[in-house]
Design a protein around this ligand. Structure first.
Ligand code: TRP
Length: 336
């Protein structure tokens, strides 16, 4: 064959193990991670336990959350035969690269990160240095594998831009080393909003448990939460900027049924929100049922989960160690 096969694009993404994933995590991130496992991509998916340490964690809980996150990712379609799934702290090269990159990152750049500003305002009693250097570690996560594409939510876009700036700076200071990563931001359903305050992102740290659906919620809970979802008073199922609650429900329904907004508007034409909310809830219940079944099964098989993570860490380490050796040599660290 004369034609050369195009190089596979390498994809890297990470998610923090901060407890059971929400419907928002699934729709906005995890679902897409599964869908990206095609012939054209080489996927690396990481549980960012080191990033989770930037807010105070209960050790036993963090350990449990990490294994549960792995089980949920496997249940939601991450296939270890096609992707590398690993835990960030199991690949020490990330932190090794992070130090080198932090010396190519300016204090001013990090102080401009909006997430840092938001988080330090939210936890004024724990504005730790890790919270500040968090984006450098994230840059290391990405650059260490020469990732081409990084699926992230809008809230991580600034961090990705910083990673690009660091890569460019390093490449210019030394020699071409890092691939410039591109953000991969999905439009449809990228951001699922709170069911109670639909102008806020759905978050499990919300004090109102009715504002989010957890991946492990049972059918009754899911139905109850959708029935209580905040909408508006005009009673028309139509997507519009001034109808954030209804639009959010339509987005969820669209993701789980594959129907577009036009079809959804037609389907519920002349019906109140009651029937609509029940239909949305049912689509979520049906969509999550197989994942929940798998999750339960996989979580019981601790050896399987740990085996997948071990293999993922070994393979990722092989790639990551090579990059660290290359970088350490370039920056002038003595190698024996
Ligand atoms: N910071 C990301 C978040 O909280 C998680 C993350 C860590 C990540 N490292 C990454 C995402 C590398 C993409 C690429 O959502």
């Amino acid at each position: 064959m004369s034609e050369q096969l195009p190089r596979k694009k390498r994809i890297l993404s990470g998610i923090q193990p901060t407890g059971t994933f929400t419907l928002g995590n699934y729709v906005g991130a995890v679902r897409n991670w599964g869908a990206l496992q095609t012939e054209e991509h080489e996927c690396l998916y990481m549980i960012a336990d080191l990033h989770a340490l930037t807010v105070r964690q209960e050790p036993a809980k963090l350990r449990r959350n990490t294994r549960e996150a792995a089980a949920m990712l496997l249940a939601a379609g991450i296939d270890p035969a096609r992707s590398l799934l690993f835990v960030q702290s199991h690949v020490p090269a990330h932190t090794q690269l992070s130090w080198a990159l932090s010396c190519c990152t300016q204090f001013g750049e990090l102080s401009r990160m909006t997430q840092y500003k938001d988080k330090s305002a939210k936890h004024p009693d724990n504005v730790n240095a890790g919270l500040f250097t968090y984006p450098v570690l994230m840059a290391a996560d990405i650059l260490i594998y020469n990732a081409d594409l990084v699926p992230v939510g809008i809230d991580q876009k600034q961090h990705l831009e910083l990673a690009r700036n660091i890569a460019q700076r390093f490449n210019g200071l030394y020699s071409p080393t890092f691939t410039m990563p591109e953000p991969y931001i999905l439009k449809a359903g990228a951001k699922i909003m709170s069911l109670q305050e639909p102008d806020k992102k759905m978050s499990k740290s919300d004090t109102n448990a009715n504002s989010f659906v957890l991946m492990t919620d049972d059918a009754d809970t899911i139905l109850r939460k959708f029935k209580r979802a905040v909408t508006d008073s005009d009673g028309v199922v139509r997507a519009s900027e001034d109808k954030p609650g209804v639009t959010n429900l339509m987005t969820i329904y669209s993701v789980f049924t594959g129907k577009d907004f036009e079809a959804i508007e037609k389907e519920f034409d002349g019906q109140g929100y009651g029937a609509f909310k029940e239909a949305v809830a049912q689509s979520v219940i049906d969509g999550l049922a197989p994942i929940q079944g798998e999750y339960k099964r996989i979580l019981e098989d601790k050896d399987y989960v740990d085996g997948v993570l071990k293999q993922g860490a070994e393979q990722a380490s092989r790639l990551a160690d090579r990059m660290v050796a290359k970088v350490y040599k370039k920056i002038g660290l003595l190698q024996l």
